[in-house]
Design a protein around this ligand. Structure first.
Ligand code: THU
Length: 129
């Protein structure tokens, strides 16, 4: 799937957001190596700390469906903020594909990164080189 199409999927995901407290909607679309796309949106709670971010919602859905390797994630939000993934989401994404691409979209602008650029020296239990 093209990057443009993945961003369209992330915008579609945004419609599933439940964000009555922050009013900051986030949508994510995660492209797996096998070509499947998994969408997620943030889900807030009256007990604020229980909120789930869009990115982790997408990863958990993907992993539950058997996907383990990812090419790219597109993340969109309501302006004016850039929807950079939080530290927890970076760690969860890196569990599966530390070299995946992270694309953040704000309105018509986008910024592209490798995940290991956003989260260097990632914690893994296995021995690293
Ligand atoms: N949020 C995400 O869904 N992803 C991010 O990368 C950053 C923050 C959500 C959590 C919360 O519902 C709202 O944005 C404000 O923090």
């Amino acid at each position: 799937m093209s990057l443009d199409a993945l961003i369209t999927e992330a915008r579609r995901a945004l419609e599933g957001s439940y964000a009555p407290y922050s009013r900051f909607r986030v949508g994510a679309a995660l492209l797996a190596e096998d070509g499947r796309v998994f969408r997620g949106a943030n889900v807030e709670n009256a007990s604020y700390g229980l909120t789930m971010c869009a990115e982790r919602a997408a990863v958990f859905r993907a992993v539950n469906e058997g996907a383990r390797h990812f090419v790219r994630i597109a993340i969109v939000s309501d302006p004016p903020a850039w929807p950079y993934p939080c530290g927890a989401c970076r760690q969860v994404l890196a569990e599966f594909s530390p070299e995946m691409e992270v694309v953040v979209v704000r309105g018509r602008e986008m910024r592209r990164f490798r995940l290991d650029e956003l989260l260097p020296h990632t914690f893994h239990l296995e021995e690293s080189p």
